[in-house]
Design a protein around this ligand. Structure first.
Ligand code: 13P
Length: 256
C-alpha cells in the first residue's frame, strides 16, 4: 500500500486572501518529508492563487479541486472542466461528495462520467461514498456503499483504477462531530477492499480508502491505528492550520 493521503476539503470557505494566509501558516506547521501525502482542496476561485503559492514555496502539498464537469468545454454555464483544472496544476479532484448528491441531486451515473473525465485528463479522482443515517438504521450500509462505489467506478480499467482514491464518508458523520468508530469504519473499508479485489484483482488491492466525517486532532490518532484506514478526507478541522497539521502528524505510515 502507498503512503497515506490526508486531504483537506475546504468546501465553501475562505476568500483568495484567506486561502493564501492559510497556506503560509500551514506551511510552517505541516510535517516535512514524504511519510504522508497532503492535499488541499480550496474553492475553485482560490485554486489559481493557492496553486501558484504551492509552486513558489515548493511546499509538499498537492492541489485538489472539489468537483468538475465531465465535458471539456462548451455552453455549460457555471461549470469547470477537467482540462481547466489540470492546467491550474490540480492533481486530485473530489467527486460525488454527499453534499453534491444531497443538495444538488448528483447521481452515481454523473459521478461516473466525472471519474472518467478526470482520468482522461490526467487528474486523480477521489470518489466519495457513504450511507445516510436512515440507510444505516435500515441495515443497508453495505449495499449502499458497494453500489455507489461500483456504479461510480463502472468501466474504469485496472490500469486507470490505480489513479483512483475512494473516500468513505458516512453522511451522518459529516459535520456532526460524531465520527464513525474505528470498528464502524473498518467494517466498511474491509467490505470495499473485498469489492475492489473482486472487481480489479491486484490493482484493487492498491486503491487507497480514506475515511471522512468529523475527523479531528482528538480522534485521528485512533482512526490511524487501523491498517484499513489509508488516510482521511477532512472537512471542518482542515480550515484551521494547527488542527490540520496535527491530524497529518498523527497519520504516520500505515501499520503493517
Ligand atoms: P467534516 O470533517 O466537517 O465532518 O467534513 C467531512 C467531509 O465532508 C470531507 O469531505
Amino acid at each position: 500500500m502507498q503512503q497515506r493521503l490526508i486531504a483537506g476539503n475546504w468546501k465553501m470557505h475562505k476568500t483568495v486572501q484567506e486561502a493564501l494566509a492559510f497556506i503560509q501558516e500551514f506551511a510552517k506547521l505541516a510535517p516535512q518529508g514524504n511519510q504522508v501525502e497532503i492535499a488541499v482542496a480550496p474553492p475553485f476561485l482560490a485554486l489559481h492563487a493557492v496553486g501558484q503559492s504551492l509552486g513558489d514555496g515548493d511546499y509538499p502539498f498537492k492541489l485538489a479541486a472539489q468537483d468538475l464537469f465531465w465535458e471539456e468545454e462548451g455552453a455549460f454555464t457555471g461549470e469547470i472542466s477537467a482540462p481547466m483544472l489540470k492546467h491550474l496544476g490540480c492533481h486530485y479532484v473530489i467527486i460525488g461528495h454527499s453534499e453534491r448528491r444531497r443538495l444538488f441531486g448528483e447521481t452515481d451515473e454523473e459521478a461516473n462520467k466525472k471519474v472518467h473525465a478526470a482520468i482522461r485528463h490526467g487528474l486523480s479522482p477521489i470518489l466519495c461514498v457513504g450511507e445516510s443515517l436512515q440507510e444505516r438504521q435500515a441495515g443497508r450500509t453495505s449495499a449502499i456503499v458497494r453500489e455507489q462505489a461500483l456504479r461510480g467506478l463502472q468501466g474504469v480499467s485496472s490500469e486507470a483504477i490505480q489513479k483512483v482514491t475512494l473516500a468513505y464518508e458516512p453522511v451522518w458523520a459529516i459535520g456532526t462531530g460524531h465520527a464513525a468508530s474505528v470498528v464502524q469504519a473498518e467494517e466498511v473499508h474491509t467490505l470495499l477492499r473485498t469489492t475492489f479485489q473482486e472487481q480489479w484483482g491486484q490493482a484493487g488491492q492498491e486503491i487507497r480508502i480514506l475515511y471522512g466525517g468529523s475527523v479531528t486532532p482528538e480522534n485521528a490518532g485512533e482512526l490511524f491505528r487501523s491498517a484499513h484506514i489509508n488516510g482521511a478526507l477532512v472537512g471542518k478541522a482542515c480550515l484551521n492550520p494547527q488542527a490540520f497539521a496535527k491530524i497529518i502528524h498523527l497519520a504516520s505510515p500505515i501499520p503493517q
